[in-house]
Write a protein that binds this ligand. Structure first.
Ligand code: NDP
Length: 296
C-alpha cells in the first residue's frame, strides 16, 4: 500500500485565497484593512525566517502588517508596554509575539497581557479555556490547520479513534480538544506513555507533535490510518554538514501502512500561516461586530 500524500501546501494556498477574497468586503464595511501586528525580539534565525514568511503572506492576502523588531536586550516591561499599546490600537486586530522569547522574559506573563480578542495565536488562557469548554475562541493555528486537513480528507470524524502524541499547550492539548469536539475518541500520549506503539496502533487518526525526528514507524500504525505529522526537525544527512527537514514520523515506512499522510515539509507547516491570516480576519470581524466571513 502507498499512502495518499495530503498536500498541505495546496490546501493552505486555497485558504489564503479565501482570506484574500473576504478582505474587500471588510474594507468596504470598516474603511480599513484587517491588521496583524508581529513582534519579534532578538535575532533568532529561525524566528526571523518565520516572521518574514508571516509578513509576506499577510501583505499578499491584502491585510495590513505592523512589524515590531526589538533588540535581544529588551526588558520585559518594555515588551509588555508595546503589547498594551497594540491592544489599544484600533488598526490592529491580531497580535502575534514570536516565541521563543529570550531569557529572562517570562513568556506566560507576556501572553497574559495580550487582549484575548486579538490573540490570533490562541495561546491566552482565556482562549485555551474557551476551547476546553467548547465556546467560541481563537484557536492555535497549527492544530486548527491540522484539523482542516483531517476534515478535508475524512469528512465526518465522529467516532474515530484519534491518538495525539504530544501534550504541549500550543499543539497537543488544543489538537486533542478539537478532535474531541469532532466526536473522536481521543487518546493523548506523551513521554511517560507506556507502550507507545500499542497506543498508536489504535488510531484511525494519528497526530504526531513530539519534536523527535522520524520516531513513529510505519509498523506502529493501524493499516489505513490518516497520519498528520506536525513535527519539524532538521537532521544532518551527510558528513559535509548537509541537512534536511523531517517530521516526527518515519515517512518512508509510514507510507507503506497509512491511508494518508502529511509530508514534511509541505504538510501542516504551510497551514499554520494560512490559519494565522484566517484568525486575523475572524478577529477583525468579531471586533467590528460583523458576522464571520462565510466558510471561514
Ligand atoms: P514540545 O516540546 O512543547 O512538546 C513535545 C511533546 O512530545 C511533549 O508533550 C512530550 O511529552 C512529548 N514527547 C517527547 N518525547 C516523547 C517520546 N519519546 N514519546 C512520546 N512523547 C514524547 O513541542 P511542540 O508541541 O511545541 O512541538 C512539537 C513538534 O511540532 C516540534 O517538532 C515542533 O517543531 C513542531 N511544530 C510545528 C509547527 C508547524 O507549524 N508545523 C508549529 C509548532 C510546532 P512530555 O509532555 O511528557 O514531556
Amino acid at each position: 500500500m502507498s499512502a495518499e500524500i495530503i498536500d498541505g501546501k495546496a490546501f493552505a494556498a486555497a485558504l489564503r485565497g479565501q482570506v484574500a477574497q473576504a478582505v474587500p468586503a471588510f474594507v468596504e464595511a470598516k474603511g480599513r484593512k484587517p491588521g496583524l501586528a508581529v513582534v519579534l525580539i532578538g535575532g533568532d534565525p529561525a524566528s526571523k525566517v518565520y516572521v518574514r514568511a508571516k509578513v509576506k503572506a499577510t501583505l499578499e492576502a491584502g491585510l495590513e502588517s505592523f512589524e515590531h523588531q526589538l533588540p535581544e536586550t529588551t526588558a520585559q516591561r518594555d515588551l509588555v508596554a508595546l503589547v498594551e499599546r497594540l491592544n489599544e490600537d484600533g488598526r490592529v486586530d491580531g497580535i502575534l509575539v514570536q516565541l521563543p522569547l529570550p531569557a529572562p522574559i517570562n513568556e506566560k506573563a507576556v501572553i497574559a497581557v495580550i487582549d484575548p480578542a486579538k490573540d490570533v495565536d490562541g495561546f491566552h488562557v482565556a482562549n485555551a479555556g474557551a476551547l476546553a469548554v467548547g465556546e467560541k475562541s481563537l484557536v492555535p493555528c497549527t492544530p486548527f490547520g491540522a484539523l482542516a486537513l483531517l476534515k478535508h480528507r475524512l469528512g465526518d470524524l465522529s467516532g474515530l479513534e484519534a491518538v495525539v502524541v504530544g501534550r504541549s499547550n500550543i499543539v497537543g492539548k488544543p489538537m486533542a480538544q478539537l478532535l474531541l469536539q469532532q466526536n473522536c475518541t481521543v487518546t493523548i500520549a506523551h513521554s511517560r506513555t507506556r507502550d507507545l506503539p500499542e497506543v498508536i496502533r489504535r488510531g484511525d487518526i494519528v497526530v504526531a507533535a513530539i519534536g523527535r525526528p522520524q520516531m513513529i514507524r510505519g509498523e506502529w500504525l493501524k493499516p489505513g490510518a490518516t497520519v498528520i505529522d506536525v513535527g519539524i526537525n532538521r537532521i544532518v544527512v551527510d558528513n559535509q554538514g548537509g541537512t534536511r527537514l523531517v517530521g516526527d514520523v518515519d515517512f518512508d515506512s509510514a507510507t507503506e501502512v497509512a491511508g494518508a499522510i502529511t509530508p514534511v515539509p509541505g504538510g501542516v507547516g504551510p497551514m499554520t500561516i494560512a490559519v494565522l491570516l484566517r484568525n486575523t480576519l475572524v478577529a477583525a470581524h468579531a471586533r467590528a461586530g460583523l458576522p464571520a466571513p462565510e466558510g471561514l
